[in-house]
Design a protein around this ligand. Sequence first.
Ligand code: BES
Ligand code: ZN
Length: 605
Amino acid sequence: MSPLPLILAAALPAADPHSLANPQIARATHVALDLTVRFDDKTIAGRADLTLEYPQGEARAATLDLDTRGLAIESVTDGAGKTLAFALEPPVKLLGQRLRITLPEPRPKQVRIAYRTSPQATALQWLEPRQTTSGKQPFLFTQSQSVHARSWVPCADGPGARLTYEAVVRVPAGTTAVMAAEAGSHDPAKGVFRFRMPQPIPPYLFALAAGEIARKDVGRRTAVYAEPAVLEKAAWEFAKMEEMVEAAERLYGPYAWGRWDVLVLPPSFPFGGMENPRLTFATPTIIAGDRSLTNVMAHELAHSWSGNLVTNATWSDFWLNEGFTSYIENRLIEEIYGKDRAQMEALLSLREIQETIANPRTAPARTAMYRDTTGEDPDDYEGAIVYQKGAAFLHMLETRFGRPAFDAFLRGYFDAHRFQGMTTPQFLEILRRDLFKGDAAAWADAKVDEWVTGTGLPSNAVVFASERFEKTRAAAQAFAKDGSLGGVRKDWATAEWLDFLGALPKDLTRAQMDALDRAFALTKSGNAEILSAWLMLAVRNDYEAAYPALEDFLLRQGRRKFLRPLYQALHDNPKTLERGKALYQKARPGYHSIATASIDAIFKS
Ligand code: BES
Ligand code: ZN
């Protein structure tokens, strides 16, 4: 429980431990991309024109080092077309290969790299037509976070190395290409699409998708992109996007990115959402038909401030992105849907933190928000800690200082550090100065150091009172005691169902499972969150009646958040281990590599 001294924390390496590039020496401020998307051999033929700057002077810049992963480099030339010598170094675990380009004197202002991506590029998922909803065309989407941009664009692929970009994307005629950037002139008949990102962004926000994609406006600066078959449902579900941007702007200042659109991807998208600037990427599993899972949209919008404007300097500082974003997500939910729903969602998060900390599988060191993650896969974070504990820390600060003061602090923080990287020690200095006004006693009393570098959950976490959760918990107790379902309401909100299911005893009899399912048809739930919580109970309790639904769920969507716990539960129960393995073998080809990386690890152990 005792926190690391901050002196130690501040001694973490300033360099990015997840990048092999040298942006301190030779840095690209802009990249012009020309990308040809080739569905037949699942590669992108690329050309990247980098505009260079030498922060420590040209004399020191003997090489330009870039991150790559699986890229075949065809040629490297300078702005005049003269060939430059280069070497692709041997692969390094998790990080890919350093591309070292020898720079002649005088140092070039421009470097052009011609390359080809690998069919196994970790950022790219190539879908066959049958893996899409419409089933007519193949589909490609990227997921660059955390360290995958380097598998489709040679770059300094760390969150601290920002650059602007422009792109020409060439796709087969009839296919639509979209990027998380401003649209330029498109020529769909020729399959040529142009984009521009005028704000400097870290490469983990590079994003592209191509396939059968339609568009519908839902507000003044908001639109939904999706496969035609899901467009209408998606537009209804996300109708409050405009309202969300307005609420966020009231709290944290002007939206810096122009438009906020969303692209609903085919169901193998491994995340709930991804905050690609101007164009959030989202899973279709948040379309529940009642807007009850739109907190994911609020979350991705919140990243337009926490993450995309002020960015974690390295992946060790990830909580600065996700903890802040989860807090803001909750504030936006309160603005749009009211305090009740926001507090229920915050309480569910608190339970997640507690369960993660109590889980014997969680290494205690991983319950610290801020720690040195050198050598680790940054995609393998402890979500309940960097997200929920991070948010709980901010809720504590809000409660301590009051909303007006805390909101003003956050707004000032985003404004003062926009388009910059932020380390945890830097943030703590800002917090000490601007919110605590240097009051050391208050700092100690708030247990800030324990929150940030300590393990577990500090005792001053805010626990909201929720009358509605008192009822769901009472209902769970009553059911466990004598099977009574009198306290359970068919019309509960998603959060109430999740709380009720989470409050049930871990072991339930087949008769109990049957009774719940008969009364509320949980096995048939169209709400992916409720269904996955129910299926977790089914696997733990060998409730075979739900296995066809379980199989269907694992085969029809690839969101890692749902897959990982279900496969873990299948693995942990000796009665379901073989079923789990067989199911995974069948489903694996449809999953994204980020998801399979996590699930392979379960079945290997
Ligand atoms: N940026 C994350 C997704 C991510 C994290 C991708 C790390 C790769 C590496 C995104 O903003 C996110 O947190 N999505 C959540 C949303 C949820 C917390 C509301 C998700 O996908 O479930
Ligand atoms: Zn996030």
